[in-house]
Ligand binder design. Structure first.
Ligand SMILES: Cc1cc2nc3c(=O)[nH]c(=O)nc-3n(C[C@H](O)[C@H](O)[C@H](O)COP(=O)(O)OP(=O)(O)OC[C@H]3O[C@@H](n4cnc5c(N)ncnc54)[C@H](O)[C@@H]3O)c2cc1C
Length: 395
């Protein structure tokens, strides 16, 4: 067994793990990142794409925002569509000038990997059979196989950044963790299309046949979603059927339709709300999807993962630089007070915009009234806008 030693062992090179590693490096704290997948896989995994103002500010402050600033698309508003009309929510006007930036999660991952490797810091890609040891002792370690050889990283702390299906959360005894969970009775069928955006801002569409989202990833690629069954059979969705359904749901009274193009990727995403409490057990800390999941309607998953990384990096900096452990002890409370507000927002957007199979005509009218209220009351629109651009960190 090859033994390595570091201060913080990080399992998972997604947005949470990579951002944590980078912030620790800036603070002079050593870490080793251990990742199951290859670099190429991690850099091509298409997922989230909307960065809150808070995430953008953090990327810039941390010196990894240059390409995002050059290539990201700044959006000052979104549109809500219902009853055949679209209504703009002016995010910047309602939040004192804040906005969101459309920049793919895989681009954030690429930038963070490039920065870490340029700093000469380790990411052990394609590490298999990871196992946690001694997380409830003062000497935890991470064991895994790397390049065919068993490895052990001895460390002070382990950061579990290995996503919802990872091994870190299940390593916490059931008696020491409470799981809050809600599954939604629908999923999203998402496509990437080689089609220049024909609309400048995202459209969140409530239609009688279900939700649709019009968004974009670059000046040449659009990203669109349709509400579908959670176990939808993708083989039943030809490209033609997808475009027909998008047109049906998104076309408004003004006749606008999304520009069609070659579909280069499609997939089904399940929808759930999930929170693990606490986010710490002994010397193991959970970050990002390992600790919480939101339905993507609020565009928050990646932003929450990066916010956790900031909170934990500050707590670890307090420990290593100032010999203080209070912030480490307060990690769960520091993250979850904001996470629960973001859960509420993501659930609310999901409830307002999707069709639920057991809705009756009363529910449908109430949903439309809610959309009408949000798009005509400045107070209601402000609550949407301030959540969408990102609540202040550590609230
Ligand atoms: C298909 C899909 C679409 C999504 N779309 C959106 C969206 O539109 N908007 C939005 O806000 N959010 C979206 N999300 C959610 C968002 O992508 C996540 O919230 C975000 O990726 C969380 O980052 P993370 O670093 O916590 O976890 P992840 O990005 O999941 O990273 C975890 C990392 O850990 C690695 N790993 C896992 N197990 C092990 C192991 N045993 N050993 C070593 N490494 C391991 C994985 O390979 C991965 O690299 C989507 C998620 C999915 C799955």
């Amino acid at each position: 067994m090859k033994t390595l030693t570091t201060q913080v062992a990080i399992l998972g090179a997604g947005p949470a793990g990579l951002m944590l590693a980078h912030l620790l490096h800036l603070a002079g704290i050593e870490s080793i990142v251990v990742e199951l997948r290859s670099r190429q896989y991690a850099e091509q995994r298409i997922r989230a794409g909307v960065l809150e103002q808070t995430t953008v500010d953090l990327m810039n402050d941390a010196g990894v925002g240059a390409r995002m600033t050059r290539e990201g698309l700044r959006h000052h508003g979104i549109e809500l569509g219902f009853r055949g009309e679209r209504h703009r929510i002016d995010l910047s006007d309602l939040t004192g000038g804040k906005c969101v930036t459309v920049y793919g999660q895989h681009e954030v991952v690429k930038d963070l990997i490039e920065c870490r490797l340029a700093d000469g810091q380790p990411i052990l890609f394609e590490s298999t059979e990871a196992a946690l040891k001694g997380v409830d002792t003062d000497h935890p370690s991470l064991q895994f196989i790397y390049r065919g050889e068993p490895h052990e990283v001895k460390c002070d702390y382990i950061a579990g950044c290995d996503g919802f299906h990872g091994i870190c959360r299940p390593a916490i005894p059931a008696s020491s963790i409470t799981l809050y969970d809600r599954e939604y009775p629908f999923g999203w069928l998402g496509i990437l299309a080689e089609a220049p955006p024909s609309r400048e801002e995202l459209i969140y569409q409530n239609s009688p046949r279900g939700f649709a989202l019009y968004s974009m990833r670059s000046p040449t690629v659009t990203r669109l979603y349709l509400q579908c069954e959670p176990q939808e059979d993708l083989s039943q969705w030809s490209d033609e059927r997808i475009w027909d359904e998008l047109n049906w749901r998104l076309t408004g009274a003004d006749g606008w339709t999304p520009t069609p193009g070659k579909i280069i990727q499609k997939g089904i995403t399940g929808m759930r709300s999930f929170v693990a409490h606490p986010m710490q057990y002994g010397r193991l800390f959970l970050l990002g999807d390992a600790a919480h999941i939101v339905p993507p309607t609020g565009a928050k998953g990646m932003n929450l993962a990066i916010a956790d990384a900031l909170v934990l990096s500050q707590a670890l900096t307090g420990f290593y630089i100032r010999n203080k452990t209070e912030a480490l002890a307060a990690y769960t409370a520091g993250c979850l007070s904001r996470v629960w507000k973001v859960q509420r927002f993501s659930w609310w957007m999901t409830s307002m915009l999707h069709n639920f199979a057991d809705d009756n005509p009363f529910d449908r009218q109430r949903q439309i009234a809610e959309l009408a209220y949000v798009t005509t009351s400045r107070a209601a629109a402000t609550t949407l806008a301030e959540n969408y651009v990102g609540l202040p960190l550590m609230t």
